[in-house]
Design a protein around this ligand. Structure first.
Ligand SMILES: O=P(O)(O)O[C@H]1O[C@H](CO)[C@@H](O)[C@H]1O
Ligand SMILES: O=c1cc[nH]c(=O)[nH]1
Length: 290
């Protein structure tokens, strides 16, 4: 089927609509970061940079490190942006822009999120790192796509029951990391975690500045949720969307988070930049280690 100009939207130079990229601009290994400034923090470690392109909050650098071609792209904040980034990156490799048809031979991308996050258990240190094994998505993105991803229905139901989840909100969905890709990032500095992907930073993460979240003790409610002796470790805003769309599109994904806030103790990192920088160095070393 030929995709029409309103569905597969290309810019005048043939690049994909929001990301402003051509197929040859991206590597098979793609680091995603929220903040466009963090793209530079990653690519400054590259031995060479061949591509620097961007539009809106989506900045991409592609280059080589120790002979491995790597792209780093900023997604901005939230799973609505993840919908754009994942679909457009997939289109770049799996749709022929000349014929506007899906290619028969699919390319499998590797996504590694390097992000920041807030812990909700008091024993998780500030500046420590979590690799998300299970993401609990509050965003509902998965529900907009035909899918049969229901491996965690019992855990989802239990989450809804234990947290008295309001039926006015999207049904939380639970989705797993790519175990094979995660093996590469094994380290005694990495803790495997259960991460919630929240639809905002303030009310949706239980923060109260001038407005009150509708659940008074949101962080405690999340921290108390228990399933087979496991607890939620941290909150952020992209991982479930990355895992869900990667699974549906046939890509591999893991999400690494640097813990900047601890919501249980009220602490925040004294040097967030240095802390994220260390995680970037670690991730690049693992990515280039084969
Ligand atoms: O630091 P990044 O990668 O943006 O990740 C986290 O930080 C942002 C909120 O401050 C959200 O995007 C959240 O997921
Ligand atoms: O508390 C936090 C810290 C970083 N990112 C989030 O989404 N929440």
């Amino acid at each position: 089927m030929r995709l029409s100009p309103s569905e597969l939207i290309l810019n005048a130079d043939g690049s994909i609509y929001h990301l402003n990229l051509l197929a040859e601009d991206i590597a098979d290994t793609i680091i995603t970061v929220g903040d466009p400034d963090r793209v530079v923090e990653v690519s400054r470690h590259f031995d060479s940079i061949e591509i620097k392109k961007g539009k809106r909050e989506f900045l991409t650098h592609t280059g080589f490190l120790k002979g491995k071609r790597i792209s780093v792209i900023s997604t901005g904040i939230g799973t609505d942006n993840i919908d754009i980034v994942l679909n457009e990156l997939d289109a770049l490799v799996n749709i022929d822009f000349a014929t506007r048809k899906v290619r028969e031979n699919r390319i499998r991308l590797k996504f590694i999120r390097i992000g920041t996050s807030g812990a909700i258990q008091a024993d998780i240190p500030i500046d420590s790192w979590i690799l998300t094994e299970l993401a609990i998505g509050f965003d509902g993105l998965l529900h907009f796509y035909k899918n049969e991803l229901s491996d965690f229905k019992e855990m989802e139901d239990e989450f809804i029951r234990q947290t008295a989840w309001s039926s006015k909100k999207s049904r939380p969905y639970i989705i797993k990391y790519d175990k094979q890709l995660a093996k590469k990032f094994k380290s005694n500095r990495i803790r495997l975690g259960i991460t919630t992907t929240n639809t905002g930073f303030y009310g949706p993460q239980g923060r109260s500045l001038r407005l009150s979240p509708n659940v008074d003790d949101f962080v405690q409610v999340m921290a108390n949720f228990q399933y087979q002796n496991r607890y939620i470790t941290n909150l952020e805003m992209e991982t479930s969307g990355i895992y869900a769309l990667s699974k549906l599109l046939g890509h591999q994904a893991i999400s690494l988070s640097c813990i900047l806030a601890n919501r249980a103790t009220g602490e925040f990192s004294k040097n967030p930049q240095a802390s994220v920088q260390e995680l970037i160095t670690f991730a690049l070393q693992k990515i280039t280690s084969d």
